[in-house]
Write a protein that binds this ligand. Structure first.
Ligand code: GDP
Ligand code: MG
Length: 311
């Protein structure tokens, strides 16, 4: 028998746990996922996002006093499904997982304990059996997690994980502009940049049942530009002021670099020998400015939070 997710506190209450499962064409996995998670949570919200297979019919058969099924008539994307899901939750804690049998439910009690300890965002980091993430996606995961760490000033091994937990009232603050699988990374970076307490719990990642809905190239691009948008939007005015000239230096760097490359490829020698130097110099300057801007932003946010605590 599975242990209770949380122990009652001194008032005899314990946190009510709601699980949100977005599902798009997951007819093979939806039933085992619900069966595995049911003992660990108080409420399960399945959002079928216009599946064209039998996911919805199967989900309906799982409905009971704990499990509720909602459906978007048309496919609106994972994030719309997560938002619909959260709207229908009634618990204190919300947990997201995938409808693909990859994330083991057994970590939930630990997630909830971390919430009770005061953490704001709990991430299930795919560390054990990482080879179950396809190689190309693993590379993307490494690149975007490194970029996320650079932007947020916090080391995050797996910023993209779909297995995560937070208090329900925090969702509004963590919610970000996104439609598809770039959502998780943006949410992680936003939470980190706003100074919320994030903790990663190493988890096992199992082989996926059914086919992946991730489009590595398309979603990779969305993630890249999404991260840039967060880096900019959630930065303080002072940080922005420092970072702004870097755009000009990037344009100068790319401009001189392109001309040099064009000359090298067409006339086989450099007409303007100093162009590559200007290009490298401008780009290095841009990187320096972005770094200083991010550091300043990090420090001002930290000071703001200290002031908030003192007042
Ligand atoms: N509701 C909804 N869920 C989606 C959509 N695309 C993917 N998902 C779900 O989101 C989860 C993550 O997708 P998945 O293919 O597992 O991506 P991966 O975990 O990054 O490989 C799965 O539960 C999918 O069923 C969509 O368009 N709508
Ligand atoms: Mg998945």
């Amino acid at each position: 028998m599975v242990q209770n997710a949380t122990q009652p506190n001194e008032n005899g209450d314990r946190l009510k746990i709601s699980l949100v499962i977005p599902a798009y064409n997951e007819e093979k996995a939806i039933k085992p996922v619900v069966e595995e998670y049911a003992p660990y949570v108080d409420e399960i919200i399945i959002v079928d996002d216009g599946s064209t297979d039998s996911s919805f019919t199967i989900a309906k058969t799982l409905q009971d006093e704990k499990t509720h099924v909602f459906r978007h008539e048309k496919n609106q994307g994972k994030v719309a499904a997560l938002r619909t899901g959260v709207e229908h939750t009634t618990g204190d804690v919300v947990i997201f997982t995938d409808a693909d049998c990859t994330y083991p439910a057994r970590y939930i009690p630990e997630f909830v304990r971390k919430i009770e300890c005061g953490y704001d965002l709990i991430l299930g980091s795919r560390i054990i059996n990482r080879e179950n993430i396809p190689l190309f996606n693993r590379l993307g995961n490494f690149i975007f997690s490194s970029l996320a760490a650079y932007i947020s000033g916090k080391t995050i091994v797996d910023s993209q994980t779909g297995f995560r937990a937070f208090r329900r009232e925090m969702f509004e603050r963590f919610d970000v502009e996104a439609k598809s699988l770039e959502f998780e990374t943006k949410m992680t970076v936003r939470a980190a940049k706003l100074g919320y307490k994030i903790i990663e719990i190493p988890i096992e990642y199992r082989e996926r049942v059914g086919t992946s809905k991730l489009h590595p190239i398309r979603d990779g691009f969305k993630m890249f530009f999404g991260l840039l948008a967060i880096a900019w939007n959630d930065t303080s005015p002072l940080g922005k002021m420092i970072m702004f000239p870097s755009f000009i230096f990037i344009i100068i760097g790319l401009g001189f670099g392109s001309v040099a490359l064009y000359e090298r490829l067409t006339v086989y020698h450099l007409v303007n020998e100093y162009y590559p130097l200007i290009s490298v110099f401008a780009i290095l300057l841009a990187i320096q400015l972005i770094s200083i801007g991010l550091i300043v932003d990090f420090l001002t946010k930290k000071l703001d939070r200290i002031e908030e605590k003192l007042s």
